[in-house]
Design a binder for this molecule. Sequence first.
Ligand SMILES: *Cc1c(COP(=O)(O)O)cnc(C)c1O
Length: 386
Amino acid sequence: MIPYGRQNISQEDIDSVVTVLKSDNLTQGKNVPNFERNMAKYVGAKHAIAVNSATSALHIAYLALGVDNQSRVWTTPITFVATTNAALMCGAQIDFVDIDPETSNICPLALESKLTAAEVDGKLPDLVVVVHLGGYSCDMKSIFKLSKKYNFKIVEDASHAVGGKFFEQYVGKCEYSDITIFSFHPVKIITTGEGGAALTNDDSLAHKMALLRSHGITRLNDEMTKTADGPWYYQQHFLGFNYRMNDISAALGVSQLKRLDKFVVERQCIANRYNQYFRGTNVKTPKKNKNILSSFHLYIIKVDKKIRNDLFRRLRETGIFVNLHYIPIYRQPYYSTLGFLPKNYPEAEKYYREAISIPIFPGLSNKDQSYVVENILNPPGQQVLF
Ligand SMILES: *Cc1c(COP(=O)(O)O)cnc(C)c1O
């Protein structure tokens, strides 16, 4: 079985985890602050807050930005449900903006026309969450410009885009957003087992997220409402969570981060080979743009909707674990009561009928990659599709 993605664990990764296991602190030791410092430095952001998942990171990011039951949050329908679930956890009203058929990311033109209409109705969003699908950055300059005109905050759900770049800068630098979220789930670019991070250049947002991650508790004297009763003393100021990353995960993260650039280069090599193989065929390959360096968390092809389902099934049958990222969120039964109509998202619907995520991960052999391509272009026992 060839999966669509998998982690890459070295002996050094294993050794660094074992070191933590033999130490005094399995959690709240030095590895979490180390990982945060290294991550922030790597992407060029001022702060990184490490947490136990990207979902947790999204939740505390939205809360830190003041998202509550009076808020409107807009995003793309082609993302993992966590992007909108975290907004629902804050009590917010969510809405979707259709995608750009070329990039499959949120479409800046569709966003602009939806904003124009919302302004008339007095229902502008408080927050727009952009998702860099497959690791290919959204058009942040256009979206940032709209955020200034229509006064909304921006969160980048960069779960796929760790190590990717937009105009020479690492995704996560937050040049065009308030907060950027990373995921370190094993199928993503680097892993901590489960884990995530929120990056920001804003001191007060960073502070709020750090408190929300750990019960809303502070141990700093100058933040307390009265003099400490003793050395044991701490104060809780608002309702927070236990979203902390542990030191075992963080040690793995520190070690994996050292190979991030290498992982991304390897993913790009695999993507380039796919691009070559599919040139001149009817397989539509991911968009290229000289200003965007995709981290290629996913390699998403599009094929004619008439053959997609058959091809998908046959690839699974030949041991190639292709996948589909994602079912448009409004199609989920849980979301159906919110009243979204698929016909309002024609590009997301089209995407859902044509897309397939095919295997890409560091360590995918040339032989396995050729096998994938062969089975896409010349499925065994079937007439040639292209
Ligand atoms: C993986 C993913 C998440 C959730 O990440 P976890 O670390 O598993 O919580 C959120 N958004 C997107 C786009 C993702 O791909």
